[in-house]
Design a protein around this ligand. Sequence first.
Ligand code: OSB
Ligand code: MG
Length: 368
Amino acid sequence: MQVRKICLREVHMALPEPFETSFGSIQDRRILLVEADVDGVAGWGEVTAGENPFYSPETVDGAWLILRDFIWPAVRGREFRSAAEIEGMLQKIRGHNMAKAGLETAVWDAEARSKGMPLWRLLGGTREEIPCGVSIGIQSSLAALVAKAEKELAAGYQRIKIKVKPGWDVEPVEALRERFPAIRLMVDANSAYRLKDAPLLKSLDRFHLMMIEQPLEWDDLYGHVALQKQLETPICLDECIHTEAQARAALELGACQIINIKLGRVGGHAVARRIHDLCQSRGVPVWCGGMLESGIGRAQNIAMSTLANFVLPGDVAASRRYWAQDIIEPEVEVTRQGTIRVPTSPGIGYTPQVERIEKLTHRREVLE
Ligand code: OSB
Ligand code: MG
């Protein structure tokens, strides 16, 4: 196989309301899509970089340049047997995992389509239905938070994650626990705390959270080792894990007990699968995180979540939670039991709505 050409598009899509995290507020998304032509078959991927480098060092504009100037030249004209080889072809480019994943996941989609099989089967997935949770941003009041959680639970979602930051942590967790004593509940700090905040984080132990996601800095593995020793609540790492080696170090050192795997953050399906396998071999559960993706990134997340060790509910929710109208058909729907039934059609299993995508496109570049 060869990638014959790629088309980069920046589409603008607005969330129904701002999504507030410890690192800032997100509403107007600029989403970078990669359409790869693999021997005449189109595959679609999404670059999950943000508009700013506040979650990870990557940005939409930076990823565009890296794709054009380094990723495309590294694959152009090169023969390969499987999308699993793309990661190796990009190895000499350090970092820029979200940009790499945009192309790599598109090639996986194309390969699966050309074989007439669902991508999740090609990846070795086994789950036909995946468990779903929601991520709720920082709210203006405790009452607003409780009402939001109530609505999501009524829709069937299996676990609630709330974003926390200093000043919005113990009280919101307490309010939710009082109202919902038995739900699966967790918090995500997006690196808002320091090791000196250990006593405050320790005080969350009494709420029996499933996990605390990424409490400390994005590159501080050692701090998480020291913190985990003091907490009953399992630490889950998100921002800290970009490579298989980092995942191995985190587990070996005891920096976490759970890993959130995101396709963009680790550079695509090949590495995601290796991290999944590593965790599985050690009895460490994983789940699929979200990056407020369009339906294309969401469909890729669904395919990955069918691997056997994705045992915890992911941040993989219904299209309608994010977009008035998604850019795939059918849209992603969640059952009353809080699951997504994995599609059985070829590739990512959903059809990109190219006409609609073109209407939302603000910038476009074809590389061949
Ligand atoms: O840390 O998981 C995160 C959104 C943007 C950046 C980082 C994160 C998130 C979410 C939202 O939590 C998950 C989703 O619903 O897509
Ligand atoms: Mg997170």
